[in-house]
Design a binder for this molecule. Structure first.
Ligand code: FES
Length: 275
């Protein structure tokens, strides 16, 4: 883990939705492209020189070497500057990777149920790519993904590939449909209970999304019979320094950046308001 920013440049930019772009990043120092090691669930501190720093999860899998990707939603000053100023070829600073990771060994030989909402699918994508690169190590894989409207669905083509080429059962839902939409309409927890109806035995759930979605999704899962330790979530709210110094991400007795961002719901029981 490096504490000084390492210089990266933007190799490619993909428009995911009207307010989310995925940036493919490469280190200037070729050696670092080979040596940079991270695990699904970890995040980096991203510096746009002259503008500021933000933390973003790494949205691609370490099994796909040579570059890494961050999906960034335009929500504040720094992220607006990133969208407006960060063109292909431009340099940025990266520190990290930071934080813990998804418990990869615990997921082997299990059914995996991924539940994402909005940009919360970004850290899940890193893990989904990781498991699909060793597909035979896992049993059934299901993705329930919810967005506000059809144009807010990220990674559309890739999700189609997961379904067609890797036997992932995909359930997409939106809060508000358009005339072409022929999939689910409704909030993630109600689609989970009424349509997905997941198998509980031998299943691990991995979820990420807006806090209100996480809260009601976890409540639904527990009502359905899942044990809290089988539900894993990544909490990315309120991170600023990323290294346990600023206190912004403090929740209960823990720091999301240092002790997380990945927790199981057994660990979250004492955290106020998470579920
Ligand atoms: S983000 Fe600063 S202490 Fe966690």
């Amino acid at each position: 883990m490096e504490s000084l920013p390492m210089i990266c440049f933007v190799e490619a930019i993909k428009e995911e939705t009207p307010d989310v772009r995925t940036y493919r990043l490469k280190f200037k120092d070729q050696q670092k492209n080979t040596n940079f090691a991270w695990l699904p669930g970890q995040f980096v501190q991203f510096s746009l020189f002259g503008s500021g720093e933000c933390t973003f999860c790494i949205a691609s899998s370490p099994t796909r070497k040579g570059s890494f990707e961050c999906s960034i939603k335009k929500v504040g000053t720094v992220t607006s500057d990133i969208h407006d100023l960060l063109d292909e070829g431009r340099e940025i600073g990266i520190r990290g990777p930071y934080g813990n990771s998804f418990p990869i060994e615990e997921l082997k030989k299990k059914n995996l149920l991924f539940i994402g909402g909005g940009i919360g699918i970004a850290p899940l994508r890193s893990l989904i790519q990781y498991v699909l690169d060793s597909r035979s190590d896992y049993c059934d894989i299901t993705l329930l993904y919810g967005a506000r409207t059809p144009i807010d669905i990220m990674y559309k083509n890739e999700i189609e590939d997961w379904e067609k080429k890797h036997s992932v059962k995909v359930i997409l839902t939106v809060d508000k449909a358009d005339e072409k939409w022929n999939k689910c309409i409704g909030h993630v927890p109600s689609v989970l209970e009424n349509i997905v109806k997941p198998q509980i035995e031998n299943t691990k759930v991995i979820t990420c999304g807006p806090p209100v979605m996480i809260k009601f999704t976890i409540q639904s899962l527990i009502k359905m019979g899942f044990q809290p330790r089988e539900i894993i979530t990544t909490l990315e709210m309120k991170m600023q320094c990323g290294i346990g110094k600023c206190g912004h991400c403090n929740i209960g007795s823990m720091y999301i950046c240092k002790d997380g961002p990945v927790f199981n719901c057994e660990q979250l029981k004492s955290f106020p308001g998470v579920y």
